[in-house]
Design a protein. Sequence first.
Length: 89
Amino acid sequence: MQSKNKKAPTAKEKRHIERVKELPCSVCDEQGPSDCHEIKQGQWFTSVALCQSCHTGSLMGLHGQKRAWAIRKMDELDALAVTVERLTP
């Protein structure tokens, strides 16, 4: 859900978001569709593809205890690198 204080994505950003959502999770490789997580709110071109467990899961997720992230020794920049690599032809 879009925050009411956040500017709506442009057409170009929307296309990027849709491409990211098609990717497997950048942390655990679960097949998409994925969530498109912004590392910094409103900066869609630095978004990462995350399954729901790695994104919002209370135990494994980024917005939870981050256990999936710790197991793989990853942070958001590591996940961004995976996402960018998968988007690059």
